[in-house]
Design a protein around this ligand. Sequence first.
Ligand code: ATP
Length: 265
Amino acid sequence: MSTAAAEQPHGLVEAGDVAARARGLTKAYGSGETAVLALDSVDVDIARGRFTAVMGPSGSGKSTLMHCLAGLDSVSAGQVWLGDTEITGLRDKELTRLRRDRIGFMFQSFNLIPTLNAAENITLPMDIAGRTPDAEWLKQVIDTLGLGDRLKHRPAQLSGGQQQRVACARALASRPELIFADEPTGNLDSRAGLEVLGFLREAVDDLGQTVVMVTHDPGAAGHSDLVLFLGDGRLVDEMPQPTAEAVLERMRLFTGGNTPHNSQP
Ligand SMILES: Nc1ncnc2c1ncn2[C@@H]1O[C@H](COP(=O)(O)OP(=O)(O)OP(=O)(O)O)[C@@H](O)[C@H]1O
């Protein structure tokens, strides 16, 4: 971490190694006196094949950044690319297809369909898209996540950690260019949370995936390759090879020395 880094676009990487990129990304909600500037001219590169965490105080713009990078939300100004494709300016139909074909999502609530078993949940997005999963890849994902003996179970018959692993497999099934995970450990006890972080780490290290994770938890961020820190809608700092302790220390700077309310590892 360095002060100089804070003055440059964050996470800058070699051209060609960028999974997603934003320049001058600005997002305002509302208008007039009630307008909120959620993102204020953010420049960021997300490195391909790496695990990037996004942290910052509540309301600093983490979810908005993720939603704009994933094409889930429109931008007020600036440009966003997924790989070489500029997504700002795409029509809704094109955006929907791009999200479906190139991005995987994991949310805090697993969003599994209760009436489908694990295997059916994992392949559902591809079934909807009319795509056939690559059987070898799917087996590798399922084996990596240790779900081989749970495929016939419905979500209610699985633990929280197992459900999140199914959600993780679902995000990985189509081998997306980029996986966005929004508080993927938020609903889990610490052991199950650690498991899921381990699997995200393996998805990056062993399967070559690219993961962006929004989290409040310095312990979770400690599993990433790079932490981007947001403050008041701006990228204010970054930390390569983070440890939970160093991230916690950095987060304390936002609160003038007090531990943020929801940042316990
Ligand atoms: N749909 C919306 N309408 C109006 N304001 C919004 C909307 N979504 C977000 N905001 C505002 O934009 C700012 C950034 O919100 P965002 O949810 O991105 O922050 P965050 O860092 O993810 O917060 P948290 O850690 O609490 O989830 C906040 O001030 C929030 O109140």
